[in-house]
Design a protein around this ligand. Structure first.
Ligand code: URA
Length: 231
């Protein structure tokens, strides 16, 4: 969790987004258009974490609005999850890329960049307090777990986090853009949808378990969970 004693207190997602725009914790801000904060339901029971913004996200200032976002939206729809009821973010908030002619090509963030940017992801987790977090791909998993994670090994085996949330891993949706064989693509896509569905079920169950309590937080959680699945 964030440990910077001198950082200004951040109490809302809006304050967090403003602070992210001023981030100089690593050098990625220099070539990016802007930081791309997470967005969605501020009380979401389910948080989805991607790698870093891509070209489209860097320009729009919003996560998952490009090609990978279209696949994610489709998969969420098929999993019965309403994107407006979840919180979507990235492990790294600035777009890292290299120029190839006139195109900006995505470059994978390194471990140091992911670890430095965890400061922001942890603040998002602390403010939103999701019951379930899905890390999509190895970069996201490192950001969420705080260590290197092998997706194939951890997939399908949710882990409890110290803050009580359940941590799931799955593939990054951009993998589906890179696969060439139709059969392999269809199988991987179906598995991705199944992973999202399992995570949504877990967050709904967590909200259900919290229901007998009468705290404001449990009331918030239970109403969110029933709204998360689209009708
Ligand atoms: N890929 C990501 O990991 N995040 C985005 O926001 C877009 C593409």
């Amino acid at each position: 969790m964030p440990d910077d004693f001198f950082a200004p207190a951040i109490r809302t997602l809006r304050e967090l987004a403003e602070a992210e725009q001023a981030c100089r914790r690593c050098s990625l801000y220099r070539d990016a258009t802007q930081a791309v904060p997470g967005e969605g339901d501020p009380h979401a029971m389910l948080m989805l974490v991607g790698e870093q913004p891509g070209d489209k996200e860097d320009l729009a200032g919003r996560p998952f609005v490009g090609p990978a976002g279209r696949i994610l939206d489709r998969a969420l729809g098929e999993a019965g999850i309403d994107r407006r009821k979840v919180f979507v973010t990235n492990a790294v908030k600035h777009f890292k890329y290299e120029w190839r002619g006139k195109r900006r090509l995505h470059k994978k963030p390194n471990a140091g960049e992911i670890d430095i940017c965890r400061w922001w992801l942890d603040l998002e987790r602390r403010l939103v307090r999701p019951a379930t977090i899905v890390a999509m791909g190895a970069t996201a998993a490192r950001g969420v777990f705080g260590r290197a994670v092998t997706i194939a090994r951890e997939r399908g085996r949710p882990q409890p986090a110290p803050d009580g949330s359940a941590l799931f891993v799955t593939i990054h949706p951009s993998l589906l853009l890179r696969l060439e064989g139709d059969d392999e693509k269809a199988a991987e896509y179906a598995r991705f949808v199944a992973d999202l569905r399992a995570a949504a079920r877990s967050s709904a169950a967590a909200a259900g378990a919290a229901q007998p309590e009468t705290t404001a937080s449990s009331a918030r959680n239970s109403s969110t969970s029933t709204r998360m699945f689209s009708e």
